[in-house]
Design a protein around this ligand. Structure first.
Ligand SMILES: O=P(O)(O)OC[C@H]1O[C@H](O[C@H]2O[C@H](CO)[C@@H](O)[C@H](O)[C@H]2O)[C@H](O)[C@@H](O)[C@@H]1O
Length: 364
C-alpha cells in the first residue's frame, strides 16, 4: 500500500528529541488548515525541544487541533488522496486476510481514541461493554496487547482483561498476561521498565507542573508513572500560550525530559530511545516471533505516538498499521478506520473470520 507520508527529517529518528526550527518559530501562524507546507512541516515537528520558543509550541497545539484542520480549503483534494492511499480497513478486509494467510496475526491496540472515544475528562474515558466483549474474543483468537500512553495500572482498570499484554507509559512499562490466566497458565508474566531510574524525576516534575499550572483554568496534569500528560482540551485557546509558558518554565531545569504532543495533550517523557515501536518489537520477541517471517502484526492507533509503531511495521515489511482518524493525516499506517466503532467492527470481523476458519479446520 502506498503512503504519501514524508519521512521525518533525516537527522531525527523516531522517538528522538527534535530541535525546533528557529525560522519557523518566527513566522506568523499559518492560515487555518493543515494542507499548507508550513503547517505540514509543523505537524511533523510535533516533538518539541524543551528549549523551543513558546510560540512554536502554541502553533503545534493549534495545528494538531481538528477544529483548525476542518476549514482547510483543499480538504476535498486531500480527502481523495487519503482514501486512495489509506483505504478503510473494513473495505479492504478480504485483502488483509489474504495477506495474513499462513501467518500468525498478533494484535496491538492503542487505548484512547482507538478502543474508547475521546472525551473531555481523561478519567472517564471508558470503553463500551460491546468493545470489551469484542477485545476479549479477539484475545482468544490472537495474542493481543494494549499499547498506551497512560500508566499501565490505569489502562488496565479501564480494560480489565487479565489475558492481554499491557504496555503502559508509551511502552515504558510492559507486562504480560496474569499468571494463571488462559493465555498464561504457567510462565512468569513479562515485565520490562526501561525508564525506572526516571521515576523520582517524573514524580518531582508532576508536583511542580500541578502547582505551576493550577492558575490556568481547565489544565489537567496526569501522572502516567514513567511520563506525564498536561491536558489542554478544556483550556480556553486564549490561554494556551500561558499554559505552554508554564510547562516550559518547569521543563527548563530537566534536560533529560522531552516533550511530545498528542491529541490536545502535551506529553513529557524521558529522553530514552524507547517508544511504542520499540515496545511492539519487544512484545513480538517475548512472544517468540523475533526473527520470524510468518508473523503478521496489526497495530491500530490514533495518535502521533502510534506512528513509531506504524513505522516499525513498515520498515520490517510485516503486517501493517491502521490509523484511526476522520481526517487525512501524515502517517506510516497503511489503512484507516474513522472511529472506535469502526475499530470494533473490524475486530469483530477478524474474530468471525478466525472462528469460521477454526470450525472449517476441525471438520476436515
Ligand atoms: O496512547 P493512548 O492510549 O492513546 O494515550 C494517549 C493519551 O490518552 C489520554 O488522553 C487522550 O484521551 C483523553 C480521554 O479521551 C482526552 O481527554 C485527551 O484530550 C486525549 O489526549 C490520556 O489521558 C493521556 O494521558 C495519554 O497520554
Amino acid at each position: 500500500m502506498v503512503s504519501f507520508i514524508e519521512e521525518r527529517p533525516k537527522n531525527i529518528a523516531a522517538g528522538q528529541n527534535m530541535v525546533s526550527d528557529p525560522k519557523s518559530a518566527q513566522k506568523p501562524p499559518a492560515p487555518p488548515g493543515f494542507i499548507s507546507i508550513s503547517r505540514k512541516k509543523l505537524l511533523q515537528n510535533l516533538e518539541i525541544n524543551a528549549g523551543a520558543r513558546v510560540n512554536s509550541w502554541v502553533d503545534s497545539m493549534r495545528a494538531s487541533s481538528p477544529t483548525h484542520m476542518k476549514s482547510a480549503p483543499s480538504i476535498a483534494d486531500d480527502q481523495g488522496s487519503w482514501n486512495l492511499n489509506h483505504p478503510s480497513a473494513l473495505d479492504m478486509f478480504e485483502q488483509i486476510i489474504d495477506a495474513s494467510k499462513g501467518k500468525q496475526i498478533v494484535m496491538f491496540l492503542d487505548y484512547d481514541g482507538t478502543l474508547s472515544p475521546i472525551v473531555a475528562d481523561p478519567d472517564r474515558a471508558f470503553m463500551s461493554k460491546k468493545m470489551k466483549k469484542t477485545v476479549r474474543k479477539l484475545a482468544k483468537c490472537f495474542p493481543t496487547a494494549i499499547v498506551s500512553g497512560r500508566c499501565r495500572d490505569k489502562v488496565y482498570n479501564f480494560v480489565k482483561l487479565a489475558e492481554l499484554y499491557y504496555a503502559g507509559s508509551h511502552g515504558m512499562d510492559i507486562k504480560g498476561p496474569e499468571k494463571g490466566s488462559k493465555s498464561n497458565k504457567d510462565t512468569e508474566s513479562v515485565l520490562f521498565q526501561p525508564a525506572s531510574e526516571f521515576l523520582p524525576m517524573i514524580d518531582e516534575v508532576y508536583k511542580q507542573l500541578v502547582e505551576t499550572t493550577k492558575s490556568t483554568p481547565g489544565a489537567k496534569v496526569e501522572n502516567n508513572k514513567f511520563c506525564l500528560s498536561v491536558h489542554f482540551r478544556c483550556v480556553d485557546e486564549k490561554k494556551w500560550s500561558e499554559l505552554a509558558q508554564q510547562v516550559k518554565s518547569v521543563l527548563k531545569d530537566y534536560p533529560k525530559l522531552r516533550l511530545t504532543q498528542g491529541r490536545k495533550v502535551l506529553e513529557i517523557r524521558p529522553t530514552i530511545k524507547w517508544d511504542k515501536g520499540k515496545a511492539l518489537e519487544f512484545l513480538l520477541e517475548s512472544l517468540g516471533f523475533a526473527n520470524c517471517t510468518d508473523v503478521f502484526p496489526v497495530y491500530i492507533g490514533d495518535d502521533r505516538t502510534d506512528e513509531d509503531a506504524f513505522k516499525i511495521l513498515r520498515d520490517r515489511g510485516q503486517g501493517f498499521g491502521i490509523l484511526v482518524s476522520k481526517f487525512p493525516k501524515d502517517t506510516n499506517a497503511s489503512y484507516s478506520l474513522q472511529e472506535p466503532d469502526e475499530v470494533m467492527d473490524f475486530l469483530r470481523r477478524l474474530v468471525e473470520w478466525k472462528e469460521l476458519s477454526l470450525r472449517t479446520q476441525s471438520r476436515m
